[in-house]
Design a protein around this ligand. Structure first.
Ligand code: SER
Length: 328
């Protein structure tokens, strides 16, 4: 049976890279994009209208497009969730429940992202194990733990084939940075290319698990293609690549742009969120079950972010200052 795929949150940080990857693999005719962010002018593909909090609208899409797989990415991130906790619950939990109900009724395979935000201050911070304490202190984290348990419930109770990853901070240049704590690591490249400076909202030594978006997309698709019998985790898999601090990222950037200056003005809310999360993640279960292995280290990520974002800004006609010190 041909795959018919629905992607919610299609124009967010993950969707902006996942939709083209799915289109490439399964054909543009078979991928349906649903999103409430501005649709990029250069988007080419199938758009559908609806809302993840409106189950009727989702059901209409599932039936009319004969959907059999859903990448349910729509959700508020950590900082957005603290600004509006009620909305975070509504979108992140009710949205997921709507998708899981439809998955049960229409036999859909589902991908849903959890996050390192499912962990909290009582979780072991280094090489955080798969099965550990989950006591998050953000509403975003609360919705992620709830979501993980819902996924496992729908699997054990009704056999819904739902698969999930605890994404670390994701770094890419296709989507503009959003309301996440880890997204200083995307903003910093805009600061570099626009002003040669960046004022960081986290402390210089705030170490967090991170991943280049191509690794995240490849891992997500790998998980979704794995035989069901290999999936031993139905809450959400630990998923890791690298970890670094703002200071280490700055040092890497300065190898290419020696004049770049990063200053630190920690935001109390964002810094507290960062401090509540782990610094590194043990993802050996993902490696064992479906062969996960990251490919992007910090240097490779830095080079590709600069090159990609430069091209993107230039194509949008956004002026770049003279980059005298750039060595590529
Ligand atoms: N990148 C997310 C955030 O910072 C973590 O899942 O909110």
């Amino acid at each position: 049976m041909a795959k018919k795929i629905l992607v919610t949150g299609a124009f967010g940080l993950v969707g902006s890279d996942l939709v083209p990857a799915l289109q490439k693999k399964y054909g543009k005719a078979n991928v349906f994009a649903l999103g409430n962010k501005t649709i990029p002018k250069d988007f080419s593909g199938q758009l559908v209208k609806g809302s993840v909090v409106d189950k009727t609208s989702l059901e209409r899409i599932v039936k009319s497009r004969k959907i059999n797989e859903v990448y349910h990415l729509a959700g508020l991130l950590s900082v957005g969730g603290e600004k509006n906790p009620a909305l975070a619950w509504e979108v992140n939990v009710q949205g997921l429940r709507n998708v899981l109900e439809l998955a049960r009724d229409y036999k859909l395979r589902v991908f849903w992202p959890s996050s390192i935000a499912a962990f909290g201050p009582t979780t072991p911070k280094k090489m955080t194990p798969q099965n550990t304490i989950l006591e998050p202190t953000t509403m975003y984290g609360v919705t992620k733990v709830t979501g993980e348990l819902l996924c496992q419930y729908y699997f054990t109770r009704w056999g819904v084939d739902v698969r999930s990853l605890r994404y670390p901070g994701l770094i890419g240049y296709q989507a503009p940075p959003g309301d996440g704590t880890t997204e200083y690591s995307v903003h910093i490249f805009y600061g570099l290319l626009k002003n040669n400076t960046y004022s960081c909202f986290l402390k210089a030594d705030a170490r967090l698990p991170m991943m280049y978006i191509d690794d995240a997309i490849r891992g997500t698709m790998l998980l979704m293609q794995a035989p069901s019998k290999n999936i031993s985790i139905r809450t959400s898999y630990n998923f890791a690549a690298i970890n670094f601090t703002p200071k280490e990222l700055t040092a890497e950037i300065k190898k290419l742009y020696p004049a770049f200056v990063c200053t630190y003005k920690p935001d109390p809310v964002k810094q507290a969120i960062a401090e509540s999360w782990p610094q590194s993640i043990d993802d050996t279960v993902a490696a064992k079950d479906w062969g996960w292995k990251p490919e992007f280290a910090l240097q490779k990520l830095t080079n590709i972010m600069i090159k990609g974002l430069k091209q993107k800004l230039a194509s949008k006609g956004e002026a770049l200052p003279a980059q005298a010190g750039f060595r590529s």
